[in-house]
Design a protein around this ligand. Structure first.
Ligand code: AMZ
Length: 304
């Protein structure tokens, strides 16, 4: 940790100077973006969203390939369907539909090991005031810090959580509540590098690895189901969530309102939410109906 601080302090100071300069420009920032920045800076914001049992969040997904919104099948870049050529407009539609938290993946970034669709992501951040979690190609602290400063609510670390677990621990400590782990499972093992590779690491081991690190959430994706509309594998996500205290978000295969109903059943109460992709884009899941169920469930929890 000391070495980490020594290495990162000067960068932080530089960033702070930069931030001071930016304050002068703050009044020129679009109102929407300022609202989200404020919320992100209230450190309890994302933590409160994940108080156990208090909330379930349905995240609409925007996966970016070559600057466009696509859905893949099982993470295969050769099986991509373009659903929108205008990512900010897509994000705006999700905001208008009533979603509160976007899930964005820089697919080219996940393969390249560095951000590739940064300009599309920055335009999304300017266009909406939704909270945003972002993954794909985030492999070092400088990239994490830079995205958080640009208004991303929390970053998702996938490959580096396997290859460089210390990064997750350092980042979670430096940015409490703002670091999530992407746990992409193929046959029980963790997939990395855009899912082009499968590591030897069992998914359950990765979940346990960060138990004390202060990670905000684990996003558990079943690679075989992703984009296939087969239904979520809630059993697997619940089994992963049961022995750990980190909130788990289920992903991969969400197909219809039935998945949302099952997510809200008492047996799934350890789950903090789910990601919806293709089902929204091709009209199988009506956002209004899904969000109504989520809100009803919240009111039930609030009423005790
Ligand atoms: O669909 C894919 N091929 C894919 C995908 N959706 N590959 C990676 N990802 C997502 C993970 C996680 O959110 O689900 O990218 C993120 C991990 O990126 P990285 O660069 O940290 O491994």
């Amino acid at each position: 940790m000391e070495r980490f601080q020594a290495k990162w302090k000067p960068v932080r100071r530089r960033k702070r100077d930069q931030r001071d300069a930016e304050r002068f420009q703050a009044k020129w920032k679009p109102v929407r973006r300022r609202k989200r920045d404020q919320e992100n800076n209230q450190s309890e914001f994302s933590l409160a969203l994940f108080a156990p049992g208090a909330d379930v969040i349905l995240f609409p997904a925007i996966d970016l390939k070559d600057g466009l919104c696509v859905r893949l099948q099982q993470g295969d870049m050769t099986r991509a369907t373009v659903f929108s050529r205008d990512p900010p407009q897509q994000a705006h539609m999700f905001e208008e539909a009533g979603f509160e938290y976007l899930h964005i993946v820089d697919l080219d970034g996940a393969f390249a090991g560095r951000p590739v669709n940064a300009s599309a992501i920055e335009r999304i951040l300017e266009a909406v005031s939704l909270a945003v979690q972002l993954g794909g190609g985030i492999r070092d602290l400088a990239t994490i810090e830079s995205w958080l400063e640009k208004g991303v609510t929390r970053v998702i670390i996938g490959t580096a959580a396997v290859r460089n677990p210390q990064l997750v621990k350092d980042a979670a400590k430096a940015f409490p509540g703002r670091v999530a782990v992407g746990l992409d499972a193929r046959n029980g093992k963790v997939a990395v590098e855009g899912w082009a590779e499968t590591s030897e690491l069992p998914a359950l081991d990765l979940a346990h690895r960060f138990e004390d690190a202060g990670v905000a959430a684990i996003i558990h994706t079943d690679v075989a189901r992703d984009g296939m509309l087969t239904g979520l594998d809630l059993d697997a996500s619940i089994a992963l969530a049961e022995p750990i205290s980190t909130p788990v978000i289920a992903s991969g295969g969400l197909a219809s309102i039935a998945d949302v109903e099952r997510l809200l059943e008492p047996r799934a109460q350890k789950l903090a939410g789910a990601i919806a992709g293709r089902a929204i884009y091709d009209g199988r899941l009506d956002p209004a109906e899904a969000l109504r169920l989520v809100r009803q469930a919240r009111m039930r929890v609030a009423a005790g």
